[in-house]
Design a protein around this ligand. Structure first.
Ligand SMILES: [Zn+2]
Length: 204
């Protein structure tokens, strides 16, 4: 939401409509709505409450929209097999930092999905339960994305915080950047969904 008085013709703005983020420039400032031009073709009359300043799109966000409804839903059993794949592929990396006790914890580690869709944190490790909880937002995500989160959380068996060493180790995951981009774009989508869910956006 932006203050109407702060807006000027030609300013870059964005808003969400039908779960898509639209970016454009202000053409005209009407009493209750701003007329926004999208890519030189389409024009929207957008309520000031729904407008935000700037251009929020990161690389790849617009180009690769995430089809949250169409991908496979990951089950608890699949989570266990993803954990096993990680242990097979990165066992040596874990062994290089974990103590004997910690390796023991790794072998009995469990994973599940949380109940809520969040857009800040992808997962957390609960030491008392020796369990990783993955945000419900990732329930439809591809395996390599969930594995990246599991890989991160596994290191919390040893490291309570994200130090330099932690960051270096978590990057050992092969598809780290690809998975990061997916999570970033997904969280952005969910965040925008939440922001704009109750706002009315009119087209002309
Ligand atoms: Zn962490």
């Amino acid at each position: 939401m932006v203050d109407r008085d702060k807006l000027e013709i030609g300013m870059e703005v964005f808003f969400l409509h039908k779960k898509k983020v639209f970016t454009g420039k202000i053409l005209k400032l009407n009493p209750t709505r701003a007329r926004v031009k999208i890519r030189g073709k389409i024009v929207y009359d957008v309520n000031y409450k729904a407008l935000l300043l700037g251009n929020p799109l990161v690389d790849g966000f617009e180009k690769d929209p995430i089809l949250r409804e169409t991908s496979n839903i990951c089950t608890a059993m699949q989570l266990t097999s993803l954990l096993n794949e990680l242990k097979a592929d990165y066992g040596a990396v874990y062994k290089s930092v974990f103590s004997r006790d910690e390796m023991q914890k790794l072998s009995s580690l469990e994973a599940c999905f949380g109940k809520r869709e969040t857009y800040c944190r992808a997962g957390k490790y609960l030491p008392a339960r020796n369990e990783i909880v993955i945000t419900a937002s990732l329930i439809n995500a591809p395996g390599h994305v969930i594995k990246k989160v599991l890989h991160h959380e596994i290191f919390h068996i040893h490291f309570p915080h994200h130090g330099q060493m932690f960051r270096k180790l978590e990057r050992s995951y092969k598809k780290f950047d690809e998975a990061e981009r997916y999570i970033h774009a997904l969280f952005q989508t969910i965040r925008f969904d939440n922001i704009f869910r109750n706002l009315r956006i009119c087209t002309i």
